[in-house]
Design a protein around this ligand. Structure first.
Ligand SMILES: NC(=O)c1ccc[n+]([C@@H]2O[C@H](COP(=O)([O-])OP(=O)(O)OC[C@H]3O[C@@H](n4cnc5c(N)ncnc54)[C@H](O)[C@@H]3O)[C@@H](O)[C@H]2O)c1
Length: 444
């Protein structure tokens, strides 16, 4: 099939590469000329596992191309994915949908034959109806179908989750639109283990928002329990493990820590909360407002933990700060909890030196005021405290790191605000370990 992907950022670029991998001819449209040039020459502008390889493979055969010219894509493709951004409005009260509306408004008049537009961007309920009106007003051809096909991928696993999704949701209103979705995802559906949920557009919109809302509720719930454990001297890791055995609760999303972040969850929950408040869903509004409040207080809780670990104020303390990405597996630093905590530590007079295996460039761009190290050793050298801000495996599960790091730091005190390290090797190497909602652990 000939497809276009309009908007080639964190979602769109891996999606375009994955569509080529499924066997489609793909044109990616990206407004940012630098990003577009990098993609077109097979150089990934972001880090996502497996993305560089797919990009190189399919740009070199010509099956995957990139352009800044929307007319080229309109002329080329029969199905157009919309993967542009839906940031929060400046006042924080709902999405700025101008990229989505703008892309559809620009695309539709350029179409010269029947086409399907497939929205993947996350939007709140009502946006699809608005876009349908744009299509009805502007379509120069007899049939332009609109499908809302929300994306559930986990950043850090974008390629894998696009090729092997756990479900495909399609909000649509015509048999032609359903046929187009079945065709574009045919290689995935043929495996027989992925459910295609066909529904109306409003249900698809709410389903995506509800999925994010539930995930963040789980995260904030266990983080609220970490607060309870902190006060009572209980161990939140054991609490999370113990309650998660109940199948109705489960272990997924139950690791306590510094809270959710990134380019999606914070803004999606904020926009959904605002919208359902407007619509008068008062109970849901109250629930999600509490979820957001818990999340916002995590950086403060983590900064207090760092102070406790230091045995007092951290003014002047040299901190090896490991991790800048909002989660492991990605170079994305948008709304990163690690950088939120860094800012707090700086406010308290500490001197964090940040190292991240993949996100240093992005972090430098966003926060040029922070101090960065090019290597892990450089960050560790002479540190009074080590803070793990992002759960990269090389920080949490490298059995050699505790001993190697102990040789470089001034004091062997580790603050793991992701509750992610395998503590055994650290204790053996003589480290004191502080995690959220757990009593400190000291070498015996
Ligand atoms: N990032 C994810 O993992 C993820 C997962 C699920 C859903 N989403 C949703 O997908 C959407 C995109 O998110 P993202 O993280 O990729 O954002 P992003 O900002 O990384 O990417 C958006 C891209 O679209 C480009 N763009 C904007 N208008 C354009 C136009 N008219 N033509 C061509 N390009 C244009 C921008 O230059 C940018 O590169 C959002 O609605 C987000 O909520 C993202």
């Amino acid at each position: 099939m000939r497809v276009s992907v309009i908007g080639c950022g964190h979602l769109g670029a891996p999606h375009a590469a994955a569509m080529a991998e499924l066997g489609h001819e793909v044109t990616g449209v990206e407004l940012d000329p630098e990003k577009c040039k990098a993609l077109a020459t097979g150089v990934p502008p972001i880090y996502e596992a497996g993305f560089a390889e797919l990009l190189a493979t399919h740009t070199s055969t010509g099956r995957l191309r990139f352009t800044t010219d929307l007319a080229e894509a309109a002329d080329f493709a029969d199905l157009h994915f919309i993967a542009v951004g839906t940031p929060l409005r400046e006042d924080g009260r709902g999405y700025d949908t101008s990229q989505v509306v703008g892309a559809v408004r620009a695309l539709v008049p350029l179409l010269s034959r029947p086409a399907t537009i497939v929205g993947k961007s996350t939007v709140t309920v009502g946006t699809v109806a608005q876009l349908q009106q744009v299509i009805d007003d502007l379509a120069p051809v007899s049939r332009v179908d609109l499908v809302w096909n929300p994306e559930f991928l986990r950043e850090g696993h974008a390629v894998e989750d696009t090729l092997y999704p756990d479900r495909i949701v399609a909000g649509l209103s015509s048999p032609e639109a359903q046929a187009a979705i079945e065709e574009v995802y045919a290689p995935i559906l043929a495996r027989g283990n992925v459910e295609l949920i066909v529904t109306d557009p409003a249900t698809a919109e709410v389903l995506k928002s509800a999925a994010n809302a539930f995930l963040t509720t789980k995260i904030s719930f266990i983080n609220a329990m970490a607060e309870v454990c902190e006060i009572t001297g209980a161990d939140v890791n054991t609490v999370a493990y113990g309650i998660g055995i109940d199948k109705r609760i489960g272990h997924g999303g139950m690791r306590p820590g510094i809270g959710y972040g990134g380019g999606c969850l914070p803004k999606d929950v904020a926009a959904f909360t605002h919208r359902i408040g407007e619509l008068g869903a008062h109970d849901a509004y109250g629930l999600l407002t509490a979820v957001e409040q818990v999340n916002e207080s995590r950086a403060k809780a983590a900064a207090e933990l760092v102070e406790k670990a230091n045995g007092g104020p951290i003014n002047g303390a040299r901190i090896a700060f490991l991790g800048a990405a909002f989660k492991a597996g990605t170079s994305d630093v948008r709304d990163s909890p690690a950088l939120r905590l860094t800012a707090r530590l700086v406010d308290h007079g500490a001197v964090p030196v940040i190292y991240d295996p993949e996100a240093i460039d992005a972090a430098r761009k966003l926060h040029p005021e922070f101090i960065y190290a090019d290597t892990l050793d450089q960050a560790l050298q002479g540190a009074d405290l080590v803070v793990i801000g992002t759960e990269w495996q090389e920080f949490t599960h490298d059995p050699d790191l505790p001993k190697d790091a102990a040789d470089l730091v001034r004091r062997t005190v580790l603050v793991d605000v992701r509750n992610a390290v395998e503590v055994g090797p650290w204790l053996i190497a003589g480290w004191e370990i502080w995690q959220l909602g757990r009593p400190p652990q000291r070498p015996t």
